[in-house]
Design a binder for this molecule. Structure first.
Ligand code: ZN
Ligand code: ZN
Length: 261
């Protein structure tokens, strides 16, 4: 079991100490965790500054790695929040820092954080989805500095109408681009605990990814507290196997490592 999306007190929206996360992961029998704390430049909500001291982060992770080396493997990752005007800035950062793993996520669209709900005001469901996926697609057409795309259909978590068809055609273009670029996607199991009856992305998108010959998939709980580490992983592994995937991926120095499911 590998949890490839966890946060610690380095993230502005998380109070859990790195060491608490690690000790809890060991207790749950998780073999490897990857810290993916938030860097979200220019986040629309001024109450959150999603930046942290990268030297301290590196130092903490190296220290934890050594201290717990006989119990768990620890990787150094980051979750960046992309917006179209920030791509150069992220490239500069990521070209000078070393991470094992980079999650490319979009938490803000059209200048609004999805979390606040403002983004959805005055938009139909379709318009909101169209805007979100178009902006994401536009970013990854030129931005290539990442390992996996985070919670691809996040927009669904904030606006979901039962019975409505939530797929959007642009998703296929996004997946084709990811695959052509040698990148992957994650299954983010926080969907199961935030009102959706699936991880993110949902099964239909995972099936399309498989049909398009996508292979790189990480699983992450997106935990900000210890209680959710490894949440829904067995269910997710079963789902992936059922769809026909044979591997779950981890990363080292930004290179994928494949493990049989
Ligand atoms: Zn995220
Ligand atoms: Zn996250």
């Amino acid at each position: 079991m590998f949890d490839y999306h966890i946060h610690s007190h380095f993230s502005a929206d998380c109070d859990t100490a790195m060491e608490d996360m690690i000790q809890s992961a060991i207790k749950k029998g998780i073999k490897e965790v990857c810290f993916t704390d938030h860097i979200d430049y220019d986040y629309p909500d001024p109450d959150f500054i999603f930046e942290f001291n990268l030297k301290e982060y590196d130092h903490s992770i190296q220290h934890m790695k050594e201290h717990y080396q006989n119990h768990i493997s620890i990787k150094k990752g980051v979750e960046i929040g992309i917006q179209p005007h920030l791509l150069d800035r992220y490239n500069t950062l990521l070209n000078q820092e070393s991470f094992d793993f980079i999650i490319c996520s979009m938490h803000s669209t059209d200048g609004y954080d999805l979390h606040s709900g403002k983004f959805f005001e005055g938009k139909s469901l379709n318009e909101a989805y169209e805007t979100y996926y178009t902006e994401l697609y536009d970013c990854i057409k030129t931005f290539k500095n990442y390992s996996v795309l985070g919670h691809l259909d996040l927009v669904k978590r904030y606006r979901y109408e039962p019975g409505v068809h939530h797929f959007h055609e642009i998703i296929e273009e996004i997946l084709k681009t990811i695959i052509a670029d040698g990148k992957g996607i994650e299954v983010n199991t926080s969907g199961y605990r935030s009102g959706l009856d699936s991880g993110m992305p949902s099964r239909d998108i995972l099936e399309l990814y498989k049909d398009l010959n996508g292979e790189i998939i990480t699983i992450g709980s997106d935990s900000h507290v210890t209680g959710t580490l490894g949440y829904g992983f067995q269910k997710t592994a079963d789902l992936l196997k059922d769809i026909g995937f044979n591997y779950i991926t981890t990363f080292k120095n930004r290179k994928p490592v494949f493990h049989n499911i």
